[in-house]
Design a protein around this ligand. Structure first.
Ligand code: GLN
Length: 321
């Protein structure tokens, strides 16, 4: 909900966030933790945090907004951003833009499409993006890896890395290895598979809080570009496209249901985080480590559904003026 100048009503937003956090703590069904590593499997699922960063620069939080968690597949938004900055349209020669309808770690489509993954947000797609970034260099002073990009999006605040999670995923990553090798078989993977997998596992094991992720996601809100600022217009166009992919592919084979319930571009990770974007209005991160059958945060999705309903935030149009 915004006032007549298009500004978010912060008092209302705070009340809504508090109510969501309180209501969710009363729920019985919290979902299952990820089995990616013993540490993640042992997490107390009865936890919830939300942080909202508005276009005006205000931050609203409720629940455990400062609890760190591994960002996992949310990192795929940032690696895609880097790849588009560096290679623009050439990225789409290596990876598609279509929803997969399969789980994030499925390999079946990769053979059917001769090593071209369906989209950059499922594992085979993210691995190809990481292959593109692996030895990439740039002369514009921009970043080439997700960790450095995140540190700069947080104005120099350093993100952490969970070595234990990285190590256990690094050692048991057989399906991801198979996907990378199958892409290599079809000549869609240039670098050493093990080296690229390490980049991927390390970026998934980055730890951030909801507050930090909402801040890092500010650039996804789409800045309104001055008509003669070509670089700003290019950035805005890129962000729109990332948002389109988040909407259609961000929750894997649960993306249609998510768009129906929440109506916002978003990207989930098996650490329980979801980063969602309200274009021109807000960047939101929710966290609850219990997952649904698709590997998306069960209560995080519920929280975003309530937030978009109560704030009248949906990319499919507002109920009221
Ligand atoms: N690191 C995880 C994996 O590759 C990320 C999956 C996810 O968050 N959906 O399986």
């Amino acid at each position: 909900m915004t006032d007549q100048n298009g500004k978010t009503d912060i008092a209302k937003l705070s009340a809504v966030a508090d109510r969501i956090a309180n209501d969710l703590m009363e729920t019985e069904e919290w979902g299952k933790p990820s089995s990616l590593s013993p540490k993640m499997q042992g997490i107390d699922t009865h936890q919830f945090g939300i942080a909202i960063h508005t276009a005006e620069g205000d931050t609203v939080t409720a629940g455990k907004a400062d609890a760190p968690f591994t960002i996992q597949s949310i990192s795929k938004v940032f690696s895609l951003t880097l790849a588009l900055e560096m290679f623009s349209g050439k990225v789409w020669e290596r990876v598609g833009k279509e929803p997969s309808g399969d789980p994030y770690n499925s390999i079946v489509d990769l053979e059917r499409h001769e090593g071209i993954p369906r989209n950059p947000f499922i594992n085979p797609g993210a691995l190809v993006i990481n292959d593109l970034l692996h030895k990439a260099e740039r002369d514009d002073g921009g970043k080439t890896n997700v960790r450095d990009l995140l540190n700069s999006l947080l104005d120099g605040e350093e993100v952490g890395i969970d070595d234990e999670v990285a190590q256990s995923e690094g050692g048991s990553n057989f399906a991801n290895r198979a996907m990378a090798n199958l892409s290599k078989h079809f000549d869609n993977f240039e670098n050493d598979v093990e080296a690229v997998l390490k980049d991927y596992v390390d970026q998934c094991a980055i730890t951030m809080s909801s507050r930090q992720l909402a801040r890092a996601g500010r650039y996804l809100m789409v800045e309104r570009a001055d008509s003669d600022d070509e670089a700003a217009k290019r950035r805005a166009r890129r962000v729109r496209r990332i948002n389109a992919l988040m909407l259609t592919c961000g929750q894997y084979d649960g993306s249609g249901e998510f768009a129906y319930r929440v109506g916002l571009p978003a990207k989930s990770g098996v650490g329980g985080g979801i980063l969602a974007v309200v274009p021109n209005t807000a960047s939101v991160c929710v966290w609850a480590p219990g997952l649904d059958d698709y590997g998306n945060s069960l209560l995080g999705t519920e929280a975003l559904a309530r937030l978009s309903e109560e704030m009248d935030w949906s990319v499919f149009g507002a109920r009221s003026h």
